[in-house]
Design a protein around this ligand. Structure first.
Ligand code: KG4
Ligand code: ZN
Length: 335
């Protein structure tokens, strides 16, 4: 094919309504409407997320098309997140994508959100793009996985969390510290001013190459209870040190399994994906791995976005893989 391929990518799996336009592997617009409504509840409220997607989705589409200076008729295919995610949220995006595809006679492509986080590495304006094979640590609010990629289509799960995801661990710890949702970025911010060795927290060390963060959560809870009983201002007085120590525990755990996997497979090309890859401590540790080739997508492609959905749909489109109008979103879709 000589002409360029234009794909529309629609993401509504959680609390960002996002639509992007991709031209071959280049993003020409990537509009993201973040839902602030969840902050006061300390976590994403599924019902509110669905409503906000319904409110946002048409303005987000119009903005994405306008920024790309493109009309629906110029689009070759529509990709949308079909799972994993919140069912109500997924239903908004999938129903919208189906209506759009039907109304404009365009092919529809179902996208796996977790694969999309990884395939975001292949968007052209990233600083560097990995060769195959590579290992990807996918760390988001809903998932924590170590995946080995042989090509754009072959994903092998090498390890995953048996309970909470890394992002969830950040958010739950933040909630215990009285920080609003999502707490991950705030822990990151305060950790920069703190001493990571001030307090000792630990996430469990499991068999190769799995993760567990629920013990860490309980450990933090009991520790805080004990200290706050002695001094009600304990958290306020120690916020930076607490954040730094919690972040260290999560990163120690993430890197423990990642390092073992790199050693065992001999694959030194390491990528990270998902919202937690925005974490500055994680980025610093990765940068210190001088004998690895490391890859982190641009910041806007790390957290949930339509661009990663569009690039994933692109790889299916060039292989003539198309979705079905009868497809049903799967909230627990696996890689
Ligand atoms: O990939 P994502 O945007 O949504 C999901 O698919 O879950 O990831 C969101 C998660 C949240 O848990 C959020 O707290 C976390 O990523 N996160 C961070 C940072 N930025 C986002 N965690 C730690 N440090 C950050 N800078
Ligand atoms: Zn995500």
């Amino acid at each position: 094919m000589n002409r360029t391929i234009k794909i529309l990518g629609i993401e509504t799996s959680c609390d960002e309504t996002s639509i992007a336009v991709l031209e071959d592997q280049k993003i020409i617009s990537n509009v993201i409407a973040t839902q602030d409504v969840h902050a006061e509840y300390g976590g994403v409220v599924p019902e509110l997320a669905s409503r906000a997607h319904l409110q946002n989705i048409i303005p987000v589409l119009n903005a994405a098309l306008a920024q790309a200076k493109i009309k629906m008729e110029d689009i070759d295919a529509i990709g949308y997140t079909n799972g994993p995610g919140l069912m109500g949220a997924l239903l908004v995006g999938s129903s919208f994508a189906k209506g759009l595809a039907l109304g404009n006679a365009k092919p529809l492509i179902e996208v796996n959100h977790m694969k999309a986080h990884i395939l975001a590495h292949f968007i052209e304006d990233n600083t560097s793009i990995p060769d195959f094979p590579f290992i990807c640590l996918t760390v988001s609010g809903g998932h924590t996985q170590l995946v080995r990629l042989k090509d754009y289509y072959t994903f092998e799960i090498m390890g995953s969390t048996i309970d909470d995801a890394a992002g969830e661990a950040f958010d739950k710890a933040a909630k215990m510290l009285g920080l609003p949702y999502p707490g991950g970025p705030l822990i990151d911010k305060y950790a920069k001013e703190g001493d990571e060795n001030a307090f000792i927290f630990n996430a469990g060390k499991l068999e190769k190459y799995n993760y567990s963060f629920s013990g860490l959560k309980t450990g933090i809870l009991y520790f805080l209870r004990k200290e706050v009983a002695k001094d009600p201002d304990f958290i306020k007085k120690n916020l930076n040190n607490l954040c730094a120590s919690i972040q260290k525990a999560i990163l120690d755990s993430l890197f423990y399994q990642l390092e073992r996997l790199v050693e065992d497979t001999g694959i030194k090309r390491v990528a990270v994906a998902g919202g937690v890859s925005a974490n500055s401590g994680l980025r610093k540790r990765l940068a210190e791995k001088k004998d690895w080739e490391t890859y982190i997508p641009k910041f806007e492609y790390c957290t949930d976005n339509g661009a990663m959905i569009a690039i994933s749909a692109y790889f299916d489109f060039i292989k003539d893989k198309q979705g079905k109008l009868s497809a049903i979103p799967n909230p627990r879709m696996k890689i």
